[in-house]
Write a protein that binds this ligand. Structure first.
Ligand code: SF4
Length: 369
């Protein structure tokens, strides 16, 4: 999950387990104590998919886009990012060089971001350029490594989020003849379909197969080339679950994230980003019933917050982001302790070269949207 541009290394900075063997409650109390003591120095950002015992410490809570915007406005010397690696990288790029962004556990990666590494991206670009003379615009979903953000910035492309994907993809298709969409095939397919592109005009480029598993002719014919990547959490939902809910409880509205597969999105009533899901349910009438296709910690929190509505997960199984789950209070405590000693661990640092092109792609996204 670490791209080779990160200056931090997992083995160097993995927090040591406290030798003093505090109980879980003592760990929580100690974090509260240090957070208060270091309040002028440290800001904690928490992603919606974090568990309650971690999210309770966040000064700012949100999805990856909101937290990136929050990070850009901060001036605290230390920003602890309770999320995953690519989010901390984005925060590092948006904060000043004097600020340090810290990820409590370096094992907190993102399985989807890891599905597009630098060698694979460069090889795919070479294969696609060799197959067609048409202008290909690369777009990446913000859930990716800084290296991929940098690649699209360098090649006239942009970043998108699940909120602005329609706008950004439309821009790319106006600007070029073909779209290469990283790394989430589902967001790419769902959005392109909404924009009127036929499924037959989209192909999958699988970096694990020779020449991406596609022929030169298929690349020439395609309008959209989707990277073979997916979110293991959202791909866990299926259309059968939507059908079952509709059968058992016809007045339940099914709302899902567009990282879910095409079949699930088509079968559901509504789809949109995390912020869209939260706002829709918040503004829904009392007594309304919802089945939500996204990460379970967020669904549980919605249930707790909006008790006047019936809210449940679309899946009977726990759809949990296991990498987010790795950020535990004990790691958070070690992070605070290291700051107290002025020897911060797990500092995420994106190289200047990567940062320059990645910021170009981020700026382009902001201009277009
Ligand atoms: S929910 Fe999916 S996209 Fe988000 S961090 Fe987890 S694996 Fe990555």
């Amino acid at each position: 999950m670490l791209d080779f541009y990160s200056e931090t290394k997992l083995d160097d900075h993995k927090p040591a387990i406290s030798k003093d063997e505090l109980s879980d409650q003592q760990v929580i109390n100690e974090i509260f104590r240090l957070k208060e003591k270091l309040k002028d120095k440290v800001v904690v950002l928490g992603h919606h998919y974090q568990q309650d015992d971690v999210i309770q410490f966040s000064d700012y809570k949100g999805d990856s886009l909101k937290l990136a915007k929050d990070a850009a406005k901060l001036d605290a010397p230390y920003v602890i990012f309770c999320g995953v690696h690519f989010m901390a990288e984005t925060a590092d790029m948006l904060t000043s060089v004097d600020q340090k962004v810290i990820l409590p556990d370096m094992n907190a990666g993102c399985s989807m971001a890891d599905m597009a590494n630098n060698d694979q991206i460069e090889k795919a670009w070479e294969n696609i350029q060799a197959a067609t003379d048409e202008k290909v615009i690369p777009i990446t979903y913000i859930n990716c490594t800084a290296a991929l953000k940098s690649f699209v910035g360098k090649n006239d492309g942009s970043i998108c989020t699940s909120s602005n994907a329609h706008k950004i993809i439309k821009w790319a298709l106006d600007k070029g003849e073909k779209l290469l969409f990283f790394p989430d095939q589902h967001l790419g397919r769902n959005t392109c379909h909404d924009l009127g592109i036929e499924l037959d005009d989209m192909i999958i480029y699988n970096p694990n197969m020779l020449y991406g598993g596609v022929t030169k002719e298929q690349i020439q014919k395609a309008k959209v080339i989707l990277w073979y990547g997916y979110c293991s959490v959202h791909q866990g939902f299926n259309a059968g679950q939507v059908k079952q809910i509709k059968k058992d409880s016809p007045d339940t509205t099914v709302i899902v994230h567009p990282e879910c597969s095409f079949d699930v999105v088509q079968a559901s009533d509504m789809n949109g980003s995390t912020a869209y899901i939260i706002d829709t349910i918040k503004n829904a009438p009392r007594g309304s019933k919802w089945a939500v296709g996204t990460e379970i910690n967020l669904v549980n929190r919605l249930q707790d917050e909006f008790k006047d509505k019936e809210i449940k997960s679309l899946s009977p199984y726990q759809c949990l982001c296991t990498t987010m789950y790795r950020v535990r209070p004990r790691w958070l405590l070690e992070t605070f302790r290291s700051i107290e000693k002025d020897q911060p661990i797990n500092v995420i640092k994106v190289s200047d070269e990567v940062k320059e092109n990645a910021l170009k792609a981020l700026d382009r996204m902001l201009q277009i949207s």
